[in-house]
Write a protein that binds this ligand. Structure first.
Ligand SMILES: NC(=O)c1ccc[n+]([C@@H]2O[C@H](COP(=O)([O-])OP(=O)(O)OC[C@H]3O[C@@H](n4cnc5c(N)ncnc54)[C@H](O)[C@@H]3O)[C@@H](O)[C@H]2O)c1
Length: 417
């Protein structure tokens, strides 16, 4: 039985480690947070991901999974630690560097190290050089890069079903890594070089960022013309070669809002388009706040309900969330009483959280910031008829009105359609 060690037990590492244990590998999961490790060994997960609790229980039940705070010997080591950027948008590789430093004492020359963290081009080679600085004799350790493409909310399924791109520093590394992924991936396993695989991941998210920036720009143009942007995009996408993504209150999370910077940082003079995309998406929350401010002026100290705080639908992840930053900003403007409903979290330091029913009852203005499934069955026309102003920055009311064969109530209001 091969032993696989997964470094970093977060949104990517934990599902990967648990899945591998259920597929017959002996798995060591390493995380620097001792409380996370203790909880996992007791079957408790620290993040919201459908199916993950069951997968972890099954991994523990198989006897193949153990979480720990320091690395042990293994055949394959997968690095899944964060790769944020610094204040100047320069990639912060310190977590990767510390991961390879912690692995250095226990690595053997026959081991394979796979980097899954989203990384700038050339990082896999750097990881190898960091190791060789510490242990020059380990010049036979193989290194490969394999980016992760799962979508939060469907991670467990997509870990198995998605196609994977794998690039080793050597052909041997590529082949060994590919053989390993073929043990549990049902999608295609596509082979390339480490540098190409690194850029592939960044190019995918940069593409989405630019496409969303276009949708966000269009939504503001639509607003000027009094056109519903969601209806417009739906119609344009009936063109056989057009596929515009959905506008929203901004772009958040730790992937799409960050990864384009890894290309921009490396090639600033060659990336005006990527930079423009980032600017448009970063400015959208400010535009949203101004729309809410304008609506609030129609009331005397209104109660403003922010529906959704996470960075995207159906998850609890607040990292880089435009919805959260908009809600927080509203609390500083003295335009009314700001309350929020986020079904996926229980507490929030800076905002008054309400359950959905109570929040909808109290609100004069309902600001839809995230299109959670929990909001899809709300009767928007009834709320609108009750005199509540609905500002939809997600398109959820458009879908509702199409299903009900009525016009979107938000469309008939001032403010965003
Ligand atoms: N979350 C996603 O949907 C997603 C999708 C694709 C790619 N990625 C990429 O995957 C990587 C991991 O992302 P994530 O969302 O799982 O991050 P995360 O913050 O959820 O988890 C990272 C974990 O690594 C641990 N950690 C940090 N340094 C460590 C070290 N030296 N040794 C051991 N553990 C350490 C942290 O305590 C944390 O639990 C990032 O590069 C991210 O960009 C994430």
């Amino acid at each position: 039985m091969q032993t696989v060690q997964v470094i970093g037990l977060g949104y990517i590492g934990l599902p990967t480690a648990a899945l591998l244990a259920t597929k017959g590998f002996s798995v060591i999961g390493v995380d620097t947070q001792a409380n996370v490790v203790d909880n996992l060994n007791n079957g408790k997960i620290h993040l919201h991901e459908p199916g993950l609790d069951i997968l972890l229980k099954s991994a523990l039940g198989s006897g193949n999974f153990l979480a720990t705070t320091s690395p042990r010997c293994a055949d394959i080591h997968i690095i899944c630690v964060p790769t944020p950027f610094k204040n100047n948008h320069e990639p912060d590789l310190s977590y990767i560097q510390s991961a390879i430093s912690s692995l250095a004492p226990i690595l053997n020359n026959s081991d394979l190290v796979i980097l899954e963290s989203t990384s700038p081009v050339g990082t896999t080679l750097k990881v190898r050089s960091w190791l060789l600085e510490l242990r020059p004799e380990l010049n036979n350790v193989q290194f490969a890069y394999c980016p992760e493409r799962v979508i939060p909310g469907k991670t467990v399924l997509e870990l198995i079903e998605n196609d994977r791109v794998i690039g080793g520093i050597t052909t041997e590394a590529t082949t060994r890594a590919a053989d390993f992924y073929k043990c549990f991936v049902e999608g295609e396993v596509l082979l390339t070089t480490a540098k190409t695989a690194e850029l592939c991941k960044l190019a995918e998210n940069a593409y989405r960022d630019i496409n969303i920036a276009y949708a966000n720009e269009l939504s503001m143009v639509c607003d000027q013309f009094g056109i519903n942007p969601y209806e417009l995009i739906k119609l344009t996408n009936h063109h056989p070669r057009v596929n515009i993504l959905q506008p929203g209150p901004g772009v958040g999370g730790h992937c799409i809002a960050i990864d384009p910077w890894f290309i921009i940082d490396a090639a600033p003079k060659l990336t005006p388009l990527l930079q423009a995309g980032r600017t448009v998406n970063n400015k959208k929350p400010e535009w949203v706040v101004n729309k809410i401010k304008a609506s609030a002026q129609l009331f005397d100290q209104p109660t403003i309900l922010c529906l959704g705080l996470s960075y995207k639908a159906n998850i609890d992840d607040l990292r880089e969330s435009p919805a959260l930053s908009i809600a927080k900003q509203l609390t500083t403007l003295n335009i009314g009483d700001i309350i929020a409903c986020e079904p996926h979290i229980n507490t929030c330091d800076t905002l008054k959280l309400f359950d959905l029913k109570a929040g909808l009852e109290q609100a004069n203005i309902i600001v839809i910031l995230v299109n959670h499934d929990a909001f899809t069955h709300i009767n928007w026309p009834a709320l609108s008829n009750a005199g509540k102003q609905i500002l939809d920055f997600t398109g959820i009311t458009t879908n509702f009105s199409a299903a009900q064969n009525t016009r979107s109530p938000a469309f008939d209001h001032e403010g965003l359609k």
